[in-house]
Design a protein around this ligand. Sequence first.
Ligand code: IVH
Length: 727
Amino acid sequence: MTPDETSASASLEPADSAPAPPGAIVPPEIAAEAKRLRDWLNYHSHRYYVLDAPEVSDAEWDRRFRELSDLEAEYPDAITPDSPTQRIGAAPADFLPAYSHRQPMLSLGNAFNAGELVAFDGRVKRVLGLDGDATVEYVTELKMDGLAVSLTYEEGRFTLGATRGNGSTGEEVTNNLKTIRSLPLILRPEGPPQPSRMEVRGEVYMTRGEFARLNAERETEGLPLFANPRNAAAGGLRQLDPKLTARRRLDLVCYEIGYHEGPLVETQREVLDALAAWGFRVNPHARLCPSIAEVVAFVEEWETRRETLEYETDGVVVKVNSLALRSELGQVSRSPRWAIAFKYQPPRAVTRVEEIAVQVGRTGALTPVAVMEPVALGGVMVRRATLHNEDEIRRLDVRVGDTVQIQRAGEVIPEVLEVLTTLRPDGAVPFVMPTECPVCGGDVERPDGEVVTRCINVACPAQRRERIRHFASRGAMDIEGMGPALIAQLVDTGLVKDPSDLFTLTADHLIPLERMAEKSVENALSSIEAAKDRLVERLLFGLSIRHVGENVARLLTARYPSLQELAQAPEDTIAAVPGVGPVIAASVHAFFREPHNLRMLDALAAAGVRVRSEAETVLVTEGGAIAGKSFVFTGTLSTMTRLEAERFVIARGGRATSSVSKATDYLVAGEKAGSKRAKAEQLGALILTEAEFRALAGLDASGVGPPESAALLQIPLPVAASEESAS
Ligand code: IVH
């Protein structure tokens, strides 16, 4: 730092140290100083986190960071969204809102050998009408093994980030993403012109080093370990509290531009260079290949080289370089015709099956598991491999005594790939699925058309144990100190039959149990107490209702603020919740028709467990004017951004899409609405002004939620009606 700079910041010391009142005008010299510090910090973060080429010491960076924080504490209005202080400290969310991608996030077809890459090249040429000798240029990129995200930038600022989800709808995780230091909050004014609005696609991942550190830390804390860096990264990004995301120290590389308004370059190579110039981290190992032969060479070169990288890659993504050719190629179903993912083989090993055990899961599913001679696989010793179900065992014909090849494909439990039948010992007999539950001896059932055999005795101790275990697990009610040993004792002694019984436990119940010292009893009881206040979506997920995973639980609680309301909801109304559908609805509906489940629900509520959501965002009511309706926003809105409007709609059970179709119910036309308006009129959508949208949404009524009645929906709004007749 130069002496000038020192005196400049010293002269800004405010005389009075009480913070300026909010709304007070920030003196221009303070605003300028804040900007100077922000620019300095952002520049050096980019050097450090993106380019891996720091120019200043960590201590100096920290000192300037503190200067900026102090200044912002003094003048809260000097804080801008791109201030590095805004990366952390956002308040925890109640749930992760759904986000519809403006352009779907596609998935890729796979190739597993050179022949399939050559065939891909042949298809590309055929569709483009090129002859066999022609060559197409490709870009090869290492396929990062993490999770895909979409980052929206508006006028150069990061405004929203979402996970891929199912490709059309993901979860909004903006504040979590902000904690990733290599994500630019504001783009650098370099390189080619920037689209005024765009969705940048990239991969969030965790390095091997960070993964090892995290698991070592979890081990000392007695927490379950993550199976691989991808799971750890995915869990880290989908936290409700950004502070927890920050602790995972995630990384990001970017590789595509999806939806964009305004200019774009012409090739993928230029896209990568542009992203780098704008401040994103791109993988340095991408290569421009003049033809498919060089692609094959790249793939072969990285087969072993990838082991030396600080992160896991599971393959190579091969993309046509020219963006014009890409649009000509288009897509089939959910995959582009212009790209393919070459996948390396996951680690495999050979070992011998000692026993085929049958496990009973929390929904009663019987899962056959191969218990094997321990063998090293991808760096860990494994002893068990899943055999999935009866059909799969029959297909593989696995028998006790067989030598098998197993594979770990990213999952915790490896699977059996094939039996080396030439090594089969004499007298090995085919496996038969038990005709009764191996735990309770009760009846099992395999409904027509299903592959899973289930124990149908809801009182089966194995099911009870697994249900309680799931209820207490980290993703559900997160009851620390409820380990498998304790749960087994609680169920076996009959103290706990269903999750609600946990809340009736007292020290007198726990002390007689094995390995329960006074301290562990205290811990168990206090974590049970703490679990009373979990989010309702976690409780719902914890109930082990078939087909209700974390995601579905979230969708359902966004629609039904309390479990009682969900329990009383008609099946078809549940099925109409976006993302739910008839199969899940039938399962949920049936669950709440069982008297013992209703009793459990009452018992949970009576014990003081939170069974109703307090989130403001779940105001969707029966007649809510937005739920189930499809909106398109076009032009500039004056009281909110388009993004905010879209999020508002989605949070209330509606859909927001970027293009007008027959399914569009409303087009909200802001300033300078263009061709979408004409199309909407043609297709019979109602056209709303911004003010009409606000009225429909109940935004101006009392400031809380949409109107309760559906009346507004029925009344054609005057302006829309007159315009319709005019057109
Ligand atoms: S391009 C249509 N580039 O692989 C374009 N994807 O199977 C699709 N991935 O969901 C994405 N590294 O999570 C692309 N350099 C890369 C990638 C990459 C990893 C992941 C991504 C995507 C999946 C596609």
